[in-house]
Design a protein around this ligand. Structure first.
Ligand code: UD1
Ligand code: CA
Length: 452
């Protein structure tokens, strides 16, 4: 099966500088919802036109791109992808701005097409308000689709409509594409006219018309997001995940969560994130593209492109940036930021710390206020902290630098040189105590005030 996605349209009502199909639903661009669906069914091609250069950046390299310029209708869009059509293969047509179609529904359409052996199979539905849609006219085994703008009063009353999703036999498409004319109300080449040219057609009627809702403006974008969100949350709950408050929880379509994990309110989980079992995530947490093990707690924190192993606890108010790896039993506490850093088993950085480009061993204690000074204004440099080391509070580790296994750094030290295993490094001014100085100073100031 070949799958062709039509996505050349302008999307004027979005009132956007960006093409419609790159706007996101639950953190995922609309075009990628459709491409991922398409990939279930075969080789994918996409027709781009309006601001194609921007959309291209979202299209994976194994998807063929065709350009339609100018955009002269849905039939013309398919003509522009003629090279994609194989006479020996069926072609499924999808729209780039119809992101919520399910694999099951398209699967039903494809099955019907295969079993009927017809030239076209059309996905239809009964619309409460059919305005704007092409109407389905039936005559025996033949179907004709009449666009809203071309329809008579009588035809406009028909409420079975064209979803715009079809399967065509490749040979039928190749033989008939050139017969399309643009002598209609919109002066466009309608793909729908091909349905009328087929001698035998079949249809599949949708149970849930919300699946083929398109996005034309930002109000519809939000509406589709709310539909997608409810479905995803319901599926997760039915699969054994507790979602404490579905109205304040946002979880993307590619997120996987294990049983007995609890998602607390005001939490957003996006991208290709996987979360294990028995975790507590949130409240007030945002996670993007992370791999998280079992029994992990993340509270009031941000995490992106990070790997978190079992029994780790993060937050409140932590920020895990790209390239963070936290091994088992690690504790990352409040106001701790990590970036491109690997933290070994049982290690802790509980308060007010920045770990960047750092490799931290096992059983390390990183004291409050520790900063890896990884950037010299030109380049980033690494910090290594060996197993069992103890970094005293408020140390600056000026990278590149290595703290040996079992070493200790005194609180408030600025460590600029490597510290050997099992040693103590103190790098701060020695304390000076001037006995009675404060008292003398107070009296001196008091006398000065009297004189004034
Ligand atoms: C189309 C159907 C209509 C159906 C409706 C369902 C035709 C003629 N009509 O109507 O029967 O009820 O979809 O939503 O096909 N596109 C291109 N190039 C173009 C024009 C459109 O790539 O030149 C793409 C759009 O980006 C969009 C899709 O095709 O993703 C549908 O275009 P749209 O203008 O929304 O179709 P309608 O005319 O509303
Ligand atoms: Ca439309």
């Amino acid at each position: 099966m070949r799958v062709l996605i039509l996505a050349a349209g302008l999307g004027k009502r979005m009132k956007s500088k960006y093409p419609k199909v790159v706007h996101k639903i639950l953190g995922k661009p609309m075009i990628n919802w459709v491409i991922d669906l398409a990939k279930y069914f075969g080789q994918v091609g996409v027709v781009l036109g309006h601001k194609a250069d921007i959309v291209k950046a979202y299209v994976p390299s194994d998807v063929q791109i065709f350009i339609q310029e100018p955009q002269l209708g849905t039939g013309h869009a398919v003509m522009c992808a003629r090279g994609f059509i194989d006479p020996k293969d069926d072609v499924l047509i999808l729209y780039g701005d119809v992101p919520l179609l399910s694999v099951e529904t398209v699967g039903r359409l494809v099955e019907m097409h295969k079993s009927s052996g017809n030239e076209v199979t059309v996905l239809t539905f009964v619309a409460e308000d059919p305005t704007g849609y092409g109407r389905i006219l039936r005559k025996g085994e033949k179907i004709r689709i009449v666009e809203d703008k071309d329809a008579s009063e009588e035809i406009r009353k028909i409420n079975e409509v064209n979803s715009g999703i079809y399967v065509f036999s490749g040979s039928f498409l190749i033989e008939n594409l050139d017969k399309l004319k643009n002598d209609n109300a919109q002066g466009e080449y309608y793909l729908t006219d091909l349905v009328g040219l087929a001698s035998k057609t079949s249809t599949v009627k949708l149970d849930d018309p919300t699946e083929v809702l398109g996005v034309n403006d930002r109000a519809q974008l939000a509406y589709l997001e709310s539909i997608a969100r409810q479905k995803i949350l319901k599926n997760l709950m039915l699969s054994g995940v507790t979602i404490v408050d579905p109205t304040s929880t946002f979880i993307g379509p590619d997120v996987k969560i294990g049983i007995d994990t609890v998602i607390h309110p005001f939490t957003i989980i996006e991208g290709k994130t996987t979360i294990g079992e028995d975790c507590e995530i949130g409240p007030f947490t945002h996670i993007v593209d992370c791999t998280i093990g079992n029994n992990v707690k993340i509270i009031r924190s941000e995490a992106e492109k990070s790997i978190i192993h079992d029994n780790v606890s993060v937050g409140p108010f932590a920020r895990l940036r790209e390239g963070t790896v936290l091994h088992e039993n690690v504790k990352i506490g409040n106001f701790v930021e990590t970036k491109k850093s690997v933290i070994g088993k049982n290690s802790k950085a509980q308060h007010l710390t920045y770990l960047g480009d750092a490799t931290v061993g096992e059983d390390v204690n990183v004291g409050a206020g520790t900063i890896t000074c990884n950037y010299d204004g030109y380049r980033k440099h690494p910090t290594y902290i060996g197993d069992g080391a103890f970094i005293g509070s408020n140390c600056s580790l000026v990278a590149p630098v290595k703290i040996g296994k079992g070493a200790i750094t005194g609180a408030g030290s600025v460590i600029t040189e490597d510290v050997p295993d099992d040693s103590l490094a103190i790098a701060r001014a020695r304390q000076v105590v001037k006995e009675g100085w404060a008292k003398r100073k107070r009296e001196e100031m008091k006398n000065a005030d009297h004189k004034e």
